[in-house]
Design a protein around this ligand. Structure first.
Ligand code: PGA
Length: 267
């Protein structure tokens, strides 16, 4: 079963127009000559809303996914300050992150809110990254697998397997590892990734589970990406801090040149 690794830069509320222009120029230099299939890695950039059109334009013709960090599901309405799925689609985004732990914990989004966003993104024909992950308290209470199981059930139950296999990426991001410098060990990541795949098999079907791309997120950096990618069920990374400079994000995209031997082929 071939799964193309997916390396995604989640810039959160960082970088300004000039930084973004420089970053996009470096992406163009590095990637304009190859397709995702040729390089064997899908690359995604998730800028703040206001810079989405700028990134889409700067990377026109380059085989890179440009997406939004969130989007509301409602078609329209009195939601001062918010942006919906159709709006990010209008400006050329092709993917939306839903359920990031900062959306869940800082903005209070529930499992049901996350599902409403995911459904709206799929209905609009866009791809989606569904983030799941346990807090430190939940891990210490031995609740990790139960929590990710609940989040997967809420996020994916009832969807068509083929749609999930093609258009959904799951990002396992232990909340205690996000922005803290603490990374799950490869063994910890692999344990949860294997369980995510098993649970998706039980929820949907085994073929969908085998094709599902599962990213790891939480303090991924050039120094640890190879060992994480060497895990059989780790298919990519959702990267925050280390995605803010192309010097480090580019090395993460090039993880297979750092000795892990994991090229995404026939795993
Ligand atoms: P981090 O963030 O790489 O800075 O830990 C990851 C994320 O929040 O997606």
């Amino acid at each position: 079963m071939t799964r193309t690794p997916f390396m995604a830069a989640n810039w959160k509320m960082h970088l300004r127009a000039a930084d973004i222009d420089d970053f996009c120029a470096e992406v163009r230099d590095a990637l304009a000559g190859s397709t995702t299939a040729q390089r064997g890695v899908r690359v995604g950039l998730f800028p703040p809303f206001v810079y989405l059109p700028r990134v889409v334009e700067a990377l026109a013709g380059v085989d890179v996914t440009v997406g939004s960090q969130t989007a509301r599901p409602e078609a329209k309405g009195a939601f001062t300050g918010e942006v919906n799925v159709e709006m990010v689609k209008d400006v050329g985004a092709t993917c939306v992150i839903v359920g990031h732990s900062e959306r869940r914990h800082v903005f209070g989004e529930t499992d049901a809110d996350v599902r409403a966003r995911l459904d709206a993104v799929l209905a609009a024909g866009l791809d989606v990254i569904l983030c799941i992950g346990e807090t430190l308290d939940e891990r210490q209470a031995d609740q990790t697998l139960a929590v990710v199981g609940r989040q997967l059930q809420a996020g994916l139950a009832g969807l068509e397997g083929d749609v999930v296999a093609h258009r959904v990426t799951v990002a396992y991001e232990p909340v205690w590892a996000i922005g803290t410098g603490l990374t799950a060990t490869p063994a910890q990541a692999q344990e949860v990734h294997a369980e995510v795949r098993r649970q998706v098999g039980a929820l949907l079907d085994d073929d969908t589970a085998a094709r599902l791309v599962i990213q790891y997120g939480g303090s991924v950096k050039p120094e640890n990406v190879s060992e994480l990618m060497a895990c059989p069920d780790v298919d990519g990374a959702l990267v925050g801090g280390a995605s803010l400079a192309f010097s480090s994000f580019g090395s993460i995209v090039d993880f297979d040149k750092q000795g892990s031997g994991n090229t995404g082929v026939d795993r």
